[in-house]
Design a protein around this ligand. Structure first.
Ligand code: NDP
Ligand code: BG6
Length: 509
């Protein structure tokens, strides 16, 4: 028996996972994400021979452009953004099957044309071709696209077959609980849940997948993974970049919606969830939802569980840098937070009393995503006496950019006296596995083609997370700028976020 058919999870780890003949249709084909991530992902999958022989790529957008012009756009995107250089051998294979359909997102006739185009492709191929629709437009048109996929019949294409139509939906999935419920209803009107792939690209990151492997493929962590041994967990998702050219989008979003509700909460869920009964998509998603449901409502009062801030002007490398309010496209009195920190209390058997403190911000000191699990200090009867300060043992998952895992231990400095120093055991992806690992979107596009939803968000996951954060968003909207802290560009965030840990006699790592 082939290894891949023995264990469902091995399918996910094996290179040799067969996708059926597929036509990937990208709505928003002229967009930023398409150029920076989606086309390069398709290209790298082709370079790794992971695309099915009858693979087709269809760009869909409002502009009237030719097939050839879309191919040029795609080739330019690969040259600029792919992790591999464009090789004509690989590109020619995709280009021959890359086409473009022009049409509005709310235009039923255009969706009929798309359906005809897909039917022609099937005729040429001579067998069924699974459509994979990738909705990569601003969220304002998610609804119309879904509705038109329904009314054109495309959503139900090959529905009785495992290679039925599938839809990837980009983030954000709603902007609060009410809109997420509404979007889920629109999705359900048109699709069955197993056809839906709500994306959170953090789940496609190698190091995020490795979290499950580290936790459940090693026996040394699980006995310690609870309130008896762990003092606190700190999750940092810091970005060095600001809002760039996305000011218009960001003003409507802010750090809580953009990074905390989705990416950061996925890291919380994977770190804290119970072992799933299997590595099946539903088993994992059930555990994540159970964990999210155990998080207590947040205290929004002064000295409560939340902190928000905007970056202020500062100096980086001797050069003055503007604050958020001076960036292009930002309202002078904007009340949008570029930083949020939250202290979560998980009220279950494993975690009661262990604070999970999470933070994410733009224009911080350095780009780093890290999960730091800090263990309780040993009793101070021996080495902690006489002024020795013991460092807390800390296991850190470095999600990016210098991917790896490290453990801080206390060690004796060689010498004739007993002097201690924290030492770090390090495992680096770059030295162990080399560089040029697949990007998140490669993994996610391939998984959706194969029909594996493990690394995607289920509807109730999105709703549970929004339920936790909607009261915060409402309170912040009502308060306007009142209570908005600030932090200088290039720093580690505001004082109000330090207070979240200080209340537990701790500091950010
Ligand atoms: P863009 O603003 O680049 O828009 C994508 C495409 O959608 C445009 O090229 C345009 O295509 C169409 N479009 C733009 N505005 C409208 C509008 N008002 N009404 C109808 N169609 C419109 O978006 P991105 O590519 O940046 O993002 C796409 C999706 O991916 C969004 O949901 C975003 O939140 C998500 N995302 C983006 C990331 C990024 O880094 N860019 C990161 C993570 C998620 P055309 O004119 O050809 O129809
Ligand atoms: C996106 C956010 O989802 O994630 C961006 O909209 C953010 O604002 C980006 O910059 C960060 O992703 P990554 O993979 O670079 O950490």
């Amino acid at each position: 028996m082939a290894e891949t058919s023995r264990h469902p999870f091995l399918q996910g780890l094996s290179k040799h996972r067969g996708a059926p003949p597929t036509a990937v249709v990208i709505f928003g084909a002229s967009g930023d994400l398409t150029a920076r991530k989606l086309i390069p992902a398709v290209y790298n999958l082709a370079a790794d021979n992971l695309l099915p022989p009858d693979f087709h790529l269809i760009g869909y957008g409002r502009k009237e452009i030719s097939h050839e012009a879309f191919r040029e756009l795609a080739a330019d995107a690969i040259k600029e953004f792919s992790r591999r250089e464009l090789s004509n051998d690989v590109w020619d294979r995709i280009a021959a099957r890359t086409t473009y359909v022009a049409g509005g997102y709310d235009d039923p006739a255009a969706f009929d044309r798309l359906a005809e185009h897909l039917a022609e492709i099937e005729k040429k191929v001579g067998r069924d071709v699974q459509p994979l629709f990738y909705i990569s437009t601003p969220p304002s048109v998610f609804g119309p696209i879904l509705t038109n996929l329904g009314s054109s019949g495309l959503a139900k294409k090959h529905i009785d077959h495992p290679h039925h139509a599938k839809v990837i939906i980009e983030k954000p999935f709603g902007r609060d609980l009410e809109s997420a419920l509404k979007l889920n209803q629109t999705v359900r009107n048109v699709l069955e849940e197993h056809q839906v792939y709500r994306i959170d690209h953090y789940l496609g990151k190698e190091t995020v997948q490795d979290l499950l492997v580290q936790r459940f493929a090693n026996s040394i962590f699980e006995p310690l993974w609870n309130r008896n041994f762990i003092d606190n967990v700190q999750i940092t998702v810091a970005e060095e970049v600001g809002v760039g050219t996305r000011g218009g989008y960001y003003e409507q979003s802010g750090a809580l919606r953009d990074m905390i509700q989705n990416h950061t909460m996925q890291l919380v869920a994977l770190t804290a969830m119970e072992p799933p009964v299997s590595l099946d998509a539903e088993a994992i998603r059930d555990e994540k939802v159970k964990l999210l449901r155990a998080i207590q409502p947040l205290d929004l009062g002064a000295n409560g569980d939340v902190s928000r801030a905007q970056y202020a002007a500062g100096m980086i490398g001797g050069k003055p840098e503007p604050g958020y309010l001076d960036e292009e496209g930002i309202a002078p009195e904007s009340a949008t937070e570029t930083y949020a920190a939250i202290r979560l209390s998980i009220n279950n058997w494993r975690w009661q009393g262990v604070p999970f403190v999470i933070r994410s911000g733009k224009r911080m000191a350095r780009r780093v995503t890290e999960i730091a699990v800090q263990f309780k200090r040993p009793p101070g009867t021996l080495f902690a006496k006489g002024g020795f300060d013991l460092a807390a043992n800390t296991l850190s998952f470095q999600i990016q950019p210098d991917e790896g895992l490290s453990l801080i231990l206390n060690g004796k400095v060689p010498g004739l006296e007993t002097r201690m120093q924290p030492v770090k055991m390090n495992f680096r992806y770059s030295t162990t596995y080399g560089s040029n690992t697949p990007e998140a979107y490669e993994r996610l596009v391939l998984d959706a083609m194969i029909g594996d939803g493990t690394l995607f968000i289920r509807g109730d996951e999105a709703e549970t997370s929004w339920k936790l954060y909607t009261p915060v968003l409402e309170a912040w909207a009502a308060a306007g700028r009142e209570g908005m802290d600030s932090y200088p560009v290039g720093s580690w965030g505001p004082a109000s976020a330090d207070a979240l840990l200080a209340a537990h006699n701790n500091v950010w790592r």
